[in-house]
Design a protein around this ligand. Structure first.
Ligand code: PMP
Length: 289
């Protein structure tokens, strides 16, 4: 992703894409002191942009550092970066990290950096309406006492990349991760929902990200009069669900056709919510968020 034309907003100015370099002794590279956002723009407008900007600031706060640009300045940077990209539909990546002045676990005084890159990113999964295939991940989401699980922090993605790579090696699109208690948690970059008897069931986000798309999906479902039940869900219930889908800013709403030995059929509820989500992000549906 580094060798291309264009500009990336970095620390207050636009820098040619190829020149947005960091030093090899950057603290974030060694100790994962980095937080980020993944967002999508539709028709030239970033969906839930302000919520993403606030979450980036909150993630930084959880990680013990302050981003030297306000939420408003970040909003401005994202708007300008999208405009400069010339794209209407795009993926927006904001990232903040500890710099390279001090090396060691302690880096109290390192400069905090902020960058915003915008590029074209089509569907997160190929053929997504057919339903993707998930396998079971070997890694579990850590307990809230073990890691800052509500920050969108780089360090938490170590087990996600391991799980996703293992899944892809075996021919699956992604992996279902359990949490430290053995309850169903989420996929490697998206939250998960199930359908049983016309109601939605989704794990309580007490040790993983309560995704913005998850929250949007719950509101869309309630608008449709679909009951939404947030609760602890165990893997032995998988055979009792008829539909399944995952949600995320990149993944949007993606139906799931398989989790290991369990088969789901993308059905009416998944299709309704996919269509409603598409209408909403494209400004064709009103919803108080
Ligand atoms: N869980 C993980 C691990 C993620 O990376 C993401 C994507 N940010 C989500 C859930 C969904 O979050 P959102 O809907 O806010 O994009």
């Amino acid at each position: 992703y580094d060798d291309r034309d264009g500009y990336i907003w970095m620390d207050g100015e636009f820098v040619p894409w190829r020149d947005t370099k960091v030093h090899v002794l950057t603290h974030a590279l060694h100790y994962a002191s980095s937080v980020f956002e993944g967002e999508r723009a539709y028709g030239g407008k970033i969906f839930r942009s302000l919520d993403h900007s606030k979450r980036l600031h909150n993630s930084a706060e959880i990680m013990g550092f302050e981003i030297p640009f306000s939420v408003e300045q970040l909003e401005q940077a994202k708007t300008e970066a999208l405009a400069k990209s010339g794209l209407e539909s795009a993926y927006v990546r904001a990232v903040a990290w500890r710099g390279s002045e001090m090396m060691g676990v302690s880096a109290q005084n390192n400069t905090i950096h902020l960058a915003v890159a915008v590029w074209h990113w089509g569907d997160y999964f190929a053929d997504k309406m057919k339903g993707i295939r998930l396998t079971h991940a070997k890694w579990r989401r850590p307990a809230p006492e073990t890691a800052p699980c509500h920050a969108k922090a780089a360090g938490l993605y170590m087990i996600c990349t391991l799980s996703k790579h293992a899944a892809e090696r075996d021919g699956y699109a992604d992996a279902l991760m359990l949490d430290y208690r053995g309850q169903i948690a989420e996929a490697t970059g998206a939250n998960i929902f199930f359908v049983r008897d016309g109601a939605l069931h989704t794990p309580t986000p007490d040790c993983f990200l309560n995704g913005l798309t998850r929250q949007t999906t719950i509101k869309l479902a309630k608008e449709r009069g679909i009951e939404v039940i947030e609760r602890a869900i165990f893997p032995d219930e998988l055979s009792t669900f008829s539909e399944c889908f995952i949600t995320g800013s990149a993944a949007e709403i993606t139906p799931v056709a398989e989790i290991g030995e369990h088969v789901f059929k993308p059905g009416q509820i998944s299709e309704t919510l996919v269509n409603d989500y598409t209408a909403l992000v494209n400004g064709k549906l009103e919803l108080a968020l």
